[in-house]
Design a protein around this ligand. Sequence first.
Ligand SMILES: [Fe+2]
Ligand SMILES: [Fe+2]
Length: 402
Amino acid sequence: MSPHDLHSDPYGVGLAYRFSVHREALAHRSEIDLLEISTEDYLVRERRTYSDPGEHLLHEALATFPCVAHGLSLSIGTVGEPNDPYLDATKRFLAETGMEVFSEHLAFHRADGHDLTMFLAMPFEGVAVKWVAENYRHVRNRLGRPFALENVTYAFPVPHCSLDEAGFLKRVCEETDCTLLLDVTNVFNNSHNHGYDPIEFFDRLPMERVSQMHLAGGHQLPDGRWEDSHSAPVMEEVWPLFDEAVKRAVNARIVVLERDSKLKPFSSVMHDIRRAREIFYAHRPLEAPVRERDPFHVDGAAAPDLLDPEYAGLRAYQRALMGRIARPEFRAAFLREAPAAAAEYGLTDPLWFQRLIDSDGRSMHHFEESWDYFQKEDEEVAKEYERREWAQWADQLARGRW
Ligand SMILES: [Fe+2]
Ligand SMILES: [Fe+2]
């Protein structure tokens, strides 16, 4: 079977692939239908150097399992320059590996070169729908394929918006040909943290557009909120929601269990996989049903114009929000005199300004603290990667490979 056949239409219940459980995953091939490969692990030099420098493990995984790809760095919601080098690298990686199914996150986490690496909710507003739809078309064109967008866990909804999360997702589906990657754990987290009914949420989503699902474990913070830490078994409360989602999302053919840490003992991961299989195959045939797939066309859509006055408020809000998190001097200026500080980013529209002022203070404080902490840690990690690369190079030199 050529790689393209193996990866053209994966079906069933699988695992988000992590190097650390490569052998375990292979040993359970009969119960793991597919793997989800994080493109980030191969596109980011440091990650690859650390984990699988020769990509031997990746190639073995790709030869053994049907695989789908999942990206992390797009930040499709950022009103900013398109991240074309990232998209081109992703496209190359998909071509090299033969993977056809791709997904990314419906969120924003980057502005002015600062990447929070934690997802922020898009403002649930018409103008944000429009931006995401235009940017989706650009990304789709650059990648040469449609892709799925994932609902994320978010710390706080942007205040004073005219839509809610379900309404926003629905509108994005209406404006594009994207499918949805429905992360059921994220639905549970958000419904609990932000006080809405998850079943009603399903009622209002275009469930026929769901092509994939995620399940993950999280933990509850001391204040009662849930976090998607991906470091624990799937929470008990998520399973009935998953059952409901599988029942309703009749076109969803892919389920992925995500576990980033505490992957051992692997029996705990397999426990969740088996439970997900039981539910999935209670509603689906064991063999992948044959389906007609419409050929898709790439239409040459250009990147949206970030300087379009229509996006000015959204853009200024995003930049100022990131400034509050990532720039200590801006934080101080904002505390002293918010309107004058915000004007630095062109945030003068009263409604967008108010949205920034009324953003959840506790979450903002948490983001600021995390940002400061990770800045220090990133410096240490960068030094360590460099040291490892030099060590590998020196080792190869000593073995006469250069
Ligand atoms: Fe994800
Ligand atoms: Fe997810």
